[in-house]
Design a protein around this ligand. Sequence first.
Ligand code: F6P
Length: 326
Amino acid sequence: MGEIKHIGVLTSGGDAPGMNAAIRAVARNAIFHGMKVSGIFHGYNGMVRGEMEELTLRSVGKIISHGGTMLKSSRSEEFRTKEGRKQAFDHIQKLGIDALVIIGGDGSMRGAKIFQEEYDIPVIGLPGTIDNDLFGTDFTIGFDTAVNVAMECVDKIRDTATSHDRLFLVEVMGRDTGHIALRTSVASGAVAVLMPEDPMTIKELYDHLMYLKSNKKSSSIIIVAEGNPNGDAFEVATKLKEMKADYDTRVTVLGHIQRGGSPTASDRIRAAEMGAHAIECLLEGKRGVMVGIINQKLALTPIEKAVNMRSGFDQELYRISTQLSR
Ligand code: F6P
C-alpha cells in the first residue's frame, strides 16, 4: 500500500449532531498532514453518482456548532447493489481518492466493510448516530446531544404533567436499542422506561403505576423507546386504558427533534478526537477499523466486529433507575 495522498469523507444514515465537528476534524487533520480531502455528498449515494468536492481549511470553518451534516446524508439503496458499488469505485478512482473515512451508524459501517473487501481500499469508520448502538465505543457522535434534547423536552412536559396530575408517555428514538430512553429516563426522573433490552411488560408497568398511586404520586412520566416490544407510545397508552389504569393520559412523540440542534460540548470534543485520530490511523497504515472511545480513551475495533456485535446495555444504570423511580 502506497502513501495516502487523497482521502474522501462522507456521512451516511441518520444525521447526528456532531457529524460536522467530525468532518472538520477529519479534513483539517488530513490537510495538516499534507493530504488532499474530498467531501462526498449525500452519503453513499454521492459516491455512486460522483457528487464530490474538495474540502479546504475554510470550507469546513464555522460548522463545529451546527447540527446536521454539511455533506448531507442518505440511506443508500444504490450502494447496496454490486453495480452501485462499482460505479462508486469508478468515481473515486477517477478523482484519485485512495482512502475513505465513513461517518455513520451500523448500516454505514456495513457498507464500509463490504466496499473495502471488494475494492481493497483503506477505510476508517467513525461512529455517528444518535442511537449509541455500535459495538466498540462507549459513546457515538450525536448521542449525548440527543439525550440532552430529550431531557429538556421532558422537563417541559413535566410542567403540564404536574399542573394537571397527568400521566405522560414520551416516545424517544431508538429502533433497536433503549440507550436514549434509559439515559433520558434517569436524567429526567421518569417513573419507568420501556426498552427493547430488558423489556417491562404492560402488567408490570400497570402494577408499578398502582404502587405509585398508593404512594400519593399524582403525575408521572414514562419514557418509551420506539423499538420496545409493547408497541409505540400510543399503543402503550391504549393498553393501559384497557387495563383501566385511572389516569388522564397524554402521549408525546419527540421524533426528529432529538436529531437536530447544536451539538453538546461532549459530542463536539469526541467528534474532534475521533475525527483527527481517523487520519492518524490511515497514516499508520491501519484500515478496516472503527475509531471509538472506551473508558475515555481512543480505541480501535475491526469494523466487522463493530457491526456484528451488540453494544452493551447499561444494566447498572437500569438497576439504579428502577430503584429511584418510586
Ligand atoms: O438511526 C437513527 C435514527 O434516528 C433512529 O433512532 C430512528 O429509528 C431512525 O433513525 C429514523 O430514521 P429516519 O430519519 O430515516 O426516519
